[in-house]
Every structure is written in structure tokens, then in C-alpha cells.
Design a protein around this ligand. Structure first.
Ligand SMILES: [Mg+2]
Length: 401
């Protein structure tokens, strides 16, 4: 069975409420849905969630990348005609796109690779009547996820945290890392929120844990160290306080504070992880399929973490249901994963694909063949970006008038 056609669809889905983190804020999420067809009539679906602020990708860069892979004169490689009958076929294709033993034919584009890989695995799963995780020998188990609170004023954030704790939620992830906000300077909003939630936890749900993600917002090791002194013994871990490329800053924090440190924007690939390990600059890997290039690479990273006695969380790039699936299936394939952040689809007004649901502290994942979701292809066109959501699209259309 060979690939016969590939289509991509740039879509926008609206969030129920605007979501703010240290380096960006969002009212809509922009995804690329990929459809891969075979000469046997099997169709696979995948989703890319390009995060400009993390991987430098955009919807159009993802689409261009995927279509480049069908233009042999550009790369000397063509996805059309490639065999996709079994898992090894997909691994062989991904070894060309994310090579470990070959020369790179192109650099970067991890969410394009992840969305494409998902569609190929969906085809193999549907053909063999197995879920993607079953292809990898995984088994279903409860999937815990963190409830994430975006950056909002202190009172509002404490109100949201109180409601979660009163409902028995025992893990809250805070977004922090804005130096000046609402008249407060020097990260005082974050200090007030963290000390306030610590009090709420002691009163309402003493076993609950609080973690915080700065999305690089403390910028330097010095500012991070000063901040940590103001919130002692509050956080289970602190995620990515410094600029992504400053791996020496991560090392410096570890040398001066007894904090459990998670690497997110600093850790995309297997080789990033090797550097962080060599520097003793990380305790927990935040592995995201949209950063590393898909499930096959994510499982290699997990293996590296295991060999080095590090913990792993499967992070999220705020995916819609279709994009959340491979991360959830990765969770089923190794016992090393602490939890996931794949509940984000619940923040969207409308999803493309259905089948996932939240059940208190856990995500319920369907076990049908391939990605296991019900996907209505008409939704790809229904949610296509329009010119009022993309100046690039407007410009391109004008060029061809
Ligand atoms: Mg993060």
C-alpha cells in the first residue's frame, strides 16, 4: 500500500477565553490538518500545532514543508509512492525526516513532521485494525493531566485555583513569568499568586501539588534565583525560567537553588537533551511531539530520560483533539511518563474530531483503529482560515487575482 495523495488544511479554532502566557497570548489556535490517502483507499489524518514562539513554525511553513516532501526536484525525496503498510515503513520514512543515522535532508519543522507521522500511523493502524499505541506495544491506562491556569490578575487566578481545589483537583499548573503586570513589578503578581495558592492548598486540599511554567519569562538565572527565594517550598517544579538557548543559565540555577527544574523550550531534540544532561541542568524533561517531530522521536527521548533517571511529562502545544491523540498514545507506551498536558482541547469552543473527554483528573481516550477518533473531513473546510485571520493568505490571494 503506497501513499497516493497528500492535502493540508490551515484551520483556526476559537478558544472559550483568551489564554495568556509569558511570551504570547491567544484568542484562537491555528492548526494544520493533514490528510494522506493511499492507493488502497485508506485515509489517515494528522494535526500540526505550529508554535511560532517555540519552534519558529507557522501554518504556511508547515504546509510548505509537507508539500515540499512531494516535490522530488526540491529535496531528492518524494512521499508519494512510499510504502505505508506497516509500522516499519513509517519508521523508515521518519528516519529520512528525523534522521539518526543519515544526513538531514532538511532542518527543523518538527510540528510538520509530527502531523505527517500521525497521519501515516493512522493509516497503518486502520489497515491492521489496531490503535496507534497498540502498534507500539502500548496499553491503555488512566491518563492524568494538569489543569493549567493562564496569566490573569491575582484575585482572578486565586479564584480559579480555589474552585479547582474545592473540586478535588490535586495538580495545578500555573503560567507565570511576566515581570510587570496590573501595576505590580518585579514578578510580584507571581509571588502573590503562588503564596496565595499555597495557603489554599493547606486549607482545602493538603495533598495537592502546584507547579509553575515561566515560558522563559524570568529571562536570566539571576532573576530566577531571586524569585525562587521569595517562594520557598511552594513548587513541585519550576519549568523553563530562562531564555530557551541559555542552557548554562539552567545549570546556574541548579547550582544555586534546590529546585526541581523542568526543561521545555530548551529541550526540543534528543541532542538538546544530551547537552542538558551533560550540564546537569535538568531534572524533568517536557517532551512535546510538536517540538521533537513525533511519537517515534518522543519515545527515544523518553528512553534517554529513563537511562539517566530523569522524570518526564508529556507536554502540549495546545492541540485540538486530533493533535492530542499521538501524545496520549505515547503515554500508553512507556511507564516513565508522570502525566500529560493534553487536556487543552477542552479550552476550545469547537474541536475538529471527537472521542476524547475529560473525566475529573483523567482523560478518556478511545481505543478504535488508528487515531480512534471520529473525524468529519468537512470540518477541515468549515474551519479554514479566512483573510481576516491571515494577512499572508490575503496577500497570496491578491497576487493571483
Ligand atoms: Mg512549558
Amino acid at each position: 500500500m503506497k501513499i497516493s495523495n497528500i492535502e493540508t488544511f490551515p484551520v483556526a479554532l476559537e478558544l472559550m477565553q483568551p489564554f495568556k502566557i509569558a511570551n504570547a497570548s491567544f484568542t484562537h489556535m491555528y492548526y494544520v490538518m493533514t490528510k494522506v490517502e493511499t492507493d488502497d483507499g485508506v485515509t489517515g489524518y494528522g494535526e500540526s500545532s505550529p508554535a511560532w514562539e517555540v519552534t519558529g513554525e507557522t501554518q504556511f511553513s508547515v504546509m510548505d514543508c509537507i508539500h515540499h516532501l512531494t516535490e522530488e526536484d526540491k529535496l531528492g525525496f518524494n512521499l508519494i509512492g512510499q510504502e505505508v503498510s506497516n509500522l516499519q515503513n513509517v519508521k523508515d520514512i521518519m528516519e529520512i525526516l528525523c534522521p539518526n543515522n543519515h544526513v538531514n535532508i532538511f532542518w527543523g519543522a518538527p510540528s510538520a513532521k509530527a502531523g505527517l507521522e500521525e497521519a501515516l500511523l493512522d493509516i497503518v493502524g486502520k489497515t491492521q485494525g489496531k490503535s496507534i499505541y497498540e502498534l507500539f506495544g502500548g496499553k491503555q491506562k488512566p491518563v492524568p493531566f494538569a489543569h493549567v491556569l493562564g496569566i490573569a490578575p491575582v484575585k482572578e487566578t486565586l479564584g480559579q485555583a480555589k474552585e479547582l481545589l474545592e473540586n478535588g483537583i490535586d495538580k495545578i499548573k500555573l503560567k507565570i513569568g511576566v515581570e510587570k503586570i496590573d501595576g505590580l513589578e518585579n514578578y510580584q503578581r507571581d509571588v502573590d499568586v503562588i503564596l496565595g495558592i499555597k495557603n489554599l492548598i493547606e486549607t482545602l486540599n493538603p495533598g495537592a501539588k502546584m507547579v509553575a511554567d515561566a515560558n522563559q519569562g524570568f529571562i536570566t538565572a539571576e532573576k530566577t534565583i531571586a524569585f525562587l527565594k521569595k517562594v520557598p517550598d511552594c513548587l513541585e517544579y519550576l519549568e523553563q525560567p530562562v531564555i530557551a538557548g541559555d542552557r548554562l543559565g539552567m545549570k546556574q540555577i541548579k547550582e544555586h537553588c534546590d529546585v526541581t527544574l523542568m526543561a521545555d523550550e530548551s529541550l526540543h531534540s534528543y541532542y538538546d537533551a544530551k547537552i542538558l544532561l551533560e550540564l546537569n541542568a535538568v531534572d524533568i524533561f517536557n517532551i512535546k511531539l510538536m517540538k521533537c517531530g513525533g511519537m517515534i522521536e518522543a519515545l527515544k527521548l523518553a528512553d534517554l530520560a529513563k537511562q539517566n533517571n530523569k522524570r518526564v511529562v508529556l507536554g502540549s502545544m495546545m492541540e485540538n483533539q486530533v493533535g492530542a491523540i499521538p501524545s496520549l498514545h505515547t503515554f500508553f507506551c512507556d511507564d516513565i511518563f508522570d502525566s500529560t498536558e493534553s487536556g487543552f482541547f477542552n479550552y476550545l469552543k469547537t474541536n475538529i474530531g471527537s472521542g476524547l473527554s475529560l473525566d475529573g483528573k483523567f482523560i478518556k481516550v478511545p481505543s478504535g483503529p488508528g487515531i480512534g477518533l471520529d473525524v468529519d473531513e468537512r470540518d477541515f473546510r468549515k474551519h479554514l482560515i479566512t483573510t481576516n485571520r491571515s494577512k499572508a493568505l490575503k496577500h497570496i490571494l491578491n497576487l493571483y487575482q
